[in-house]
Design a protein around this ligand. Sequence first.
Ligand code: NAD
Ligand code: UDP
Length: 317
Amino acid sequence: MRKTIIVTGGAGFLGSHLCKRLLDEGNEVLCVDNFYTGQKRNIVQLLDNPYFEFIRHDICFPLYLEADEIYNLACPASPIHYQSDPVQTTKVNVNGSTNMLGLAKRIGARILQASTSEVYGDPSVHPQTEDYWGNVNPVGPRSCYDEGKRCAETLFMDYRKQHHLGIKIVRIFNTYGPNMHPHDGRVVSNFIMQALKNEPITVYGEGNQTRSFCYCDDMIDGFIKMMSTPDDITGPINIGNPNEFTIKQLAEEVIDITNSKSVIKYHPLPQDDPKQRCPDITRAKQQLQWQPTVELRQGLIHTIEYFSELMKEDPTL
Ligand code: NAD
Ligand code: UDP
């Protein structure tokens, strides 16, 4: 049966993949976005589909729609973007999430929250399990995002307890792929753009900090599986690829695949940059029968093809 599904942040990197996937599965999609970090290019191919509707709207303001499900992705994800207007970042997570929860309550829709591995901060438990409470600085440059997302999780859980809402929380670990903004400052897009232009690769710190990179298609599978779980499964559930790499290894891999002349240039490490990050995905395996399938090199090859095409379209990028 065709469902009507709201995707907030639907013009962003992950949101645009999710909208496409939900349409391909025969649903009607209401994509809500204010283009804060999203791009029209990401959804332009969907605009001709009669079951796709775009609504330009800031979720910090109330929204009145009817739907069966809501995926709440609206929030800038790149540290450069979320730190450029930190008050707005907290607002989108607290006021925006409250509005979407209120909407879900009024219409009786299930609602999924795109939470983050950043709720663990600079973790002292490794790999991170869902029952670890995290190590987060409440007054640092990343707090607007980390604490905003933590408060959003609280709101989701309390709407469940108080109003019996069908809620789902996924904690997303670093995800990459086509449709990332070429200048959003995240490590994968930065390194690929720099390598394609034969410019120095900007490694922060000594590049020994680790991240675990998940390809977007795997992530979207995880979202869809989570949304279709029975009511008693609320999460939080980690979704990410448990293969861990240092940032220096990532730089070397990108240089190798692109056959670039770029050299690595070291820059100071940003304040509160987590030293290591890797998901424990036991819960996702057990409760969602989900695990990632795309290896880093394979995913990087697809992503590099996307950015190469983008640069052919616009050589000034
Ligand atoms: P993105 O920045 O590409 O997409 C976010 C989208 O939200 C953009 O289209 C933006 O315009 C929109 N948006 C922002 N504020 C809004 C507002 N007030 N009203 C309406 N729309 C608004 O980021 P992404 O990588 O696609 O991330 C999507 C979600 O997943 C975010 O909530 C992010 O925190 C979460 N997440 C992503 C990652 C990752 O590695 N990609 C990791 C952890 C969590
Ligand atoms: N990073 C880097 N060079 C860049 C961008 C990021 O070395 O040009 C590092 C950053 O310091 C962090 C890691 O790469 O340790 C991942 O950064 P990103 O901004 O992608 O996301 P984060 O996981 O920190 O939220």
